[in-house]
Design a protein around this ligand. Structure first.
Ligand SMILES: CCCCC/C=C\C/C=C\CC/C=C/CC(=O)SCCNC(=O)CCNC(=O)[C@H](O)C(C)(C)COP(=O)(O)OP(=O)(O)OC[C@H]1O[C@@H](n2cnc3c(N)ncnc32)[C@H](O)[C@@H]1OP(=O)(O)O
Length: 291
C-alpha cells in the first residue's frame, strides 16, 4: 500500500501539488529546517528532531527527541514534516529510519494538551499537521523503517504504521496499538484504513472496537510489527534491514495498480471532508464552551 501511494505521488505531480496545498506546508514554511549538506555524513538538529544522514549508504536516521514522551504537538509535527521534506528533496537519501531518543517511549501519540482548550484555529492547524505527517510518511519516496524502541500508543502507532517495516523492542512492558476507543474518542477512519492495510480487517475491527494495546509479542502475532529484537538492537537491526532493502534492484520504482490509486484518491477526498467536519465540530465545541 505504502508503495502504491509512493508511485501515485511520483507519477502524478499535479496530485503532489494539490496535496501540498491541502496540507500544512504553509505553517511549516521557513522555520528552522534541518539542513542536509553534501558530505559523507551529516547531522542536523531542530529542537525536537535530530537527523543523522550517512551519504555513503543513503540512509538517514530521524531521532525524535521531544521529552518526555515524544507526544505529537503542532510544533513537533511541524518539525517532523520539515525534516522529512528536506530528506525527500535530497535524492541521495533513499532510506529513513525513525526512532526515539526518549527512554521507554517511541511516541505517546497526539499531544493531548495541544488538543484541549485551544482555539478553533489552533485545532484546525493541529489537525492538518497530523494529516500532513501521515501523508508525508505514507507517500514517502524513501524506504521507511520504524525502529520502535518503546511504547507506541495511538498516533505513535499510526506513525509506525506509515512506515514500510516495523522493528520493535522485545520488552513486555512496552505496548503498541490504536487505543483511542479506551480514551473515549473515535480513531479517524484514515487511522483505521492504515491499520487495515497493515493487519487486515478483522484484526483492525477488534483492535478499534476494544481500543487494544498489544504487547510486542502480540503485535508480532497479528502483524502490527514485523520483527522483535532486544531493545539494544532495535536501531542497528533497522539500519541492517534498510541496507538489505536498498540492495533490492528497483525497490524505489515498483509499478502499481490503478486500484491503489483509486483507494488513495478516496482517502484524500474523505480526509478533506473529515477535516472540514472536525473544524466545524471544534468550532461548535468552542461556541458551546462560551455559554
Ligand atoms: C485538535 C483536535 C482537532 C479536532 C479533531 C477532532 C476530532 C478528532 C477525533 C479524534 C482524534 C483521535 C486521535 C487520537 C490519537 C491520539 O494519539 S490521542 C493520544 C493517545 N495517547 C495515549 O493514550 C498515551 C498516553 N500515555 C501513556 O500511555 C504513557 O504516558 C506512555 C506513553 C506509555 C509513557 O508512560 P510512562 O510511564 O513512561 O510516562 P508517564 O505516563 O509518566 O508520562 C510522562 C509524562 O508525559 C505526559 N504524557 C503522556 N502521554 C501524553 C500525551 N499523549 N500527550 C501529552 N502528554 C502526555 C504525562 O502526562 C506525563 O506528564 P507529567 O505528569 O507532567 O510528567
Amino acid at each position: 500500500m505504502k508503495m502504491a501511494l509512493r508511485a501515485c505521488l511520483r507519477t502524478k505531480p499535479g496530485l503532489t501539488a494539490l496535496l501540498s496545498q491541502l496540507s500544512c506546508s504553509g505553517h511549516a514554511a521557513a522555520r528552522r529546517a534541518p539542513a542536509l549538506v553534501a558530505q559523507r555524513s551529516s547531522s542536523s538538529t531542530s529542537q525536537k528532531i535530530k537527523v543523522d544522514f550517512d551519504q555513503s549508504s543513503g540512509v538517514a536516521v530521524m531521532h525524535m527527541q521531544s521529552p518526555p514522551v515524544n507526544s505529537l504537538s503542532l510544533e513537533f509535527l511541524t518539525d517532523v514534516c520539515i525534516a522529512l521534506e528536506k530528506l525527500e528533496m535530497d535524492k541521495s537519501c533513499r532510506g529513513l529510519v525513525v526512532t526515539s531518543s526518549q527512554p521507554k517511549v517511541f511516541s505517546a501519540g497526539l499531544d493531548i494538551l495541544d488538543m484541549y482548550g485551544k482555539s478553533p484555529e489552533h485545532c484546525a492547524e493541529f489537525w492538518k499537521a497530523v494529516q500532513e505527517m501521515w501523508l508525508k510518511f505514507y507517500g514517502s519516496n524513501m524506504i521507511t523503517i520504524a525502529a520502535v524502541n518503546g511504547s507506541s500508543p495511538a498516533g505513535g502507532c499510526l506513525l509506525s504504521m506509515t512506515c514500510d517495516y516495523r522493528i520493535m523492542a522485545d520488552n513486555p512492558r512496552y505496548s503498541i496499538g490504536l487505543n483511542e476507543t479506551k480514551l473515549g474518542i473515535v480513531a479517524p477512519f484514515w487511522f483505521k484504513d492504515t491499520m487495515v492495510n497493515t493487519v487486515g480487517h478483522r484484526a483492525t475491527e477488534m483492535a478499534l472496537q476494544l481500543g487494544l494495546l498489544y504487547s510486542p509479542a502480540e503485535a508480532l502475532k497479528i502483524g502490527l510489527v514485523d520483527q522483535l529484537v532486544h531493545e539494544d538492537q532495535v536501531l542497528t537491526t533497522a539500519t541492517e534491514t534498510m541496507t538489505k532493502w536498498l540492495a533490492i534492484p528497483g525497490i524505489l520504482n515498483i509499478s502499481y495498480t490503478c486500484h491503489f490509486f483509486h483507494l488513495w484518491c478516496c482517502n484524500l477526498v474523505c480526509t478533506i471532508c473529515s477535516c472540514v467536519c472536525q473544524v466545524i465540530a471544534a468550532k461548535k465545541i468552542h461556541l458551546s464552551q462560551d455559554f
